[in-house]
Design a protein around this ligand. Structure first.
Ligand code: ADP
Ligand code: MG
Length: 315
């Protein structure tokens, strides 16, 4: 199969169509029409083999994860993901690999009603760069920079399982290992929090590099610091079970969970809880924004524990 047949078979023929799409794959550029009264959000993420995923993974899972980490950036902005382009670099033209990859890709995009509108296909070491486009009503997006002094800090789910997956041992029960791998390979972008964020959040970020590192981005962008209550951090039960000593470390510093961390005024705490309850969602208040720069943590005895955001850094 040559490059163009490959694009037709694995990407173009299965791409989902959305209303605002004027035309997608097949021209030199795709054309979309942003509806009046909406803002357009654009975000790019690259996944490199054996950095962001293992080249041994089922290509279905690689595609699924690549889509979800991109959609997670839209979730963090409280935007609805609509269109995606994919620049795929492959070491060779392996149709069995592409078959599985394209199956995972289109399943992931269909699950979230996102159109594949274009991309590029090249030969080289395995990597992929996805660009996702999303919409909100004008001005409704949530940025990292809006946190205010005394805002509460929330996290949208239990943390640490994705990091534990990379650490898991052959001797652990297969069911637990499988569950951890699912956390790593199939993160769920928290698009279900869009309305809550748009109504209550002053700042938000998705947790890709670890809670401490990502909260640090909110603090820096907003010009404040943060105080975390270590007892309130929602640690994934398997992390507690397998690594009781390092559970907090994994939950605070481990990446790849793709939950959201957001801030909102303490005055709306009850209203926010009520809104979450009505939609069957649960988020956890874990701390407070303060004027003192940096992130500090308070343990159960009220002692201050300094915290260094480690997070994964490429350079
Ligand atoms: P050009 O040479 O003008 O850059 P290409 O031949 O690379 O165009 O691509 C042809 C069409 O196929 C374009 O519409 C492009 O967006 C689309 N395309 C190429 N690779 C992919 C891919 N991996 N996924 C989705 N669309 C793709
Ligand atoms: Mg061209």
């Amino acid at each position: 199969m040559n490059e163009f047949e490959l694009i037709d078979v694995f990407f173009k023929s299965k791409a989902l169509i959305r209303d605002e799409l004027v035309y997608g794959i097949g021209d030199d550029a795709a054309c979309v029409r942003v509806p009046p009264g909406q803002d357009l959000y654009i975000s790019t993420d690259t996944l490199v083999a054996d950095v962001h995923f293992s080249s041994n993974w089922d290509p279905y899972d690689i595609a699924w994860k690549a889509v979800m980490v991109n959609l997670s950036d839209m979730a963090a902005m409280a935007a609805e993901p609509c269109w995606l382009s994919l620049a795929l670099t492959l070491p060779h033209n392996d149709t069995a690999w592409l078959q599985r990859f394209s199956l995972g890709l289109h399943a992931a995009l269909t699950a979230y009603h996102v159109s594949l509108i274009g991309g590029d296909t090249t030969k080289g070491p395995l990597s992929m760069t996805l660009t996702v486009h999303g919409l909100t009503a004008t001005g409704k997006g949530v940025r990292r920079s809006g946190a205010k002094n005394q805002d509460e800090i929330w996290v949208s789910g239990e943390l640490g399982a994705a990091a534990l997956a990379l650490y898991s041992k052959e001797t652990w029960p297969a069911a637990d290992r499988a569950l951890l791998m699912t956390q790593l390979q199939r993160p769920k972008p928290r698009l279900d929090l869009k309305a809550v964020l748009q109504t209550y959040a002053t700042a938000a970020i998705d947790i890709s590099d670890g809670l401490a590192a990502d909260l640090h981005h909110i603090c820096k962008a907003s010009g404040f610091g943060a105080r975390l209550f270590l007892e309130s951090i929602p640690i994934h039960p398997l992390v507690r079970q397998y690594l009781p000593e390092q559970a907090l470390e994994f939950s605070m510093q481990g990446g790849d969970d793709y939950e959201l961390c957001f801030t909102s005024p303490a005055a709306v705490h009850d209203e926010l809880q009520e809104a979450l309850g009505q939609t069957g969602l649960r988020c956890y208040p874990i701390g407070v924004i303060e004027t003192k720069p940096g992130i500090c943590a308070v343990n159960s005895t009220g002692d201050l524990v300094p915290l260094v955001p480690k997070g994964y850094r490429h350079f």
